[in-house]
Design a protein around this ligand. Structure first.
Ligand code: NI
Length: 161
């Protein structure tokens, strides 16, 4: 396992469309391991393959609900409700902003064994699924921010007051 370099905003690769994964390979399994390691090292709750420079439809998520989710070729098939709150991204270091997302989503994807499954998420998990899936289509949370992008430190200070 290895920690991979996280691409940051301004890097063209983050704006590209990712290709579907056709079959699992030892290299992709290694990528999945590395993505989890990189995500934990940087205290993220999700990471998409283009963030480490790989244009494949693959994301990992761990919102500390006791599960490690691997979503390959994910497709959001249902959404409901809405939630508005601060969001950040490992590719936009030090910044945060208010984003509205569905409160509940259902996603269909393949797991690391290329078995099709469906996952329902609410609240933070729903937000993470939407955020990570958007990365696969070249979209970043900054595109959706309501108002100004804020410095993470300032936003936290305001929350505490
Ligand atoms: Ni992100």
């Amino acid at each position: 396992m290895a920690i991979r370099k996280v691409r940051t905003i301004g890097d063209e690769i983050l704006r590209k469309e990712c290709k579907p994964v056709k079959e699992m390979t030892p290299r992709l399994l290694e990528l999945i391991d590395d993505m989890f390691e990189t995500m934990y090292e940087t205290n993220g709750v999700g990471l998409a393959a283009p963030q480490v420079g790989i244009l494949k439809q693959l994301v990992v998520i761990d919102v500390e609900d006791g599960n490690q989710y691997v979503l390959i070729n994910p497709e959001i098939i249902e959404t409901s409700g809405s939630q508005t709150g601060y969001e950040g991204c490992l590719s936009v270091p030090g910044k945060t902003g208010i984003v509205t997302r569905p409160n509940k989503v259902k996603v269909r994807a393949y797991n690391e064994n290329m078995e099709l499954f469906e996952l329902e998420g609410e609240e933070l998990l729903a937000r993470a699924i939407c955020h990570e899936c958007a990365h696969l289509h070249g979209e970043l949370f900054v595109d959706l921010v309501e108002g100004e992008l804020e410095d993470t430190e300032t936003a936290y200070e305001e929350t505490e007051e």
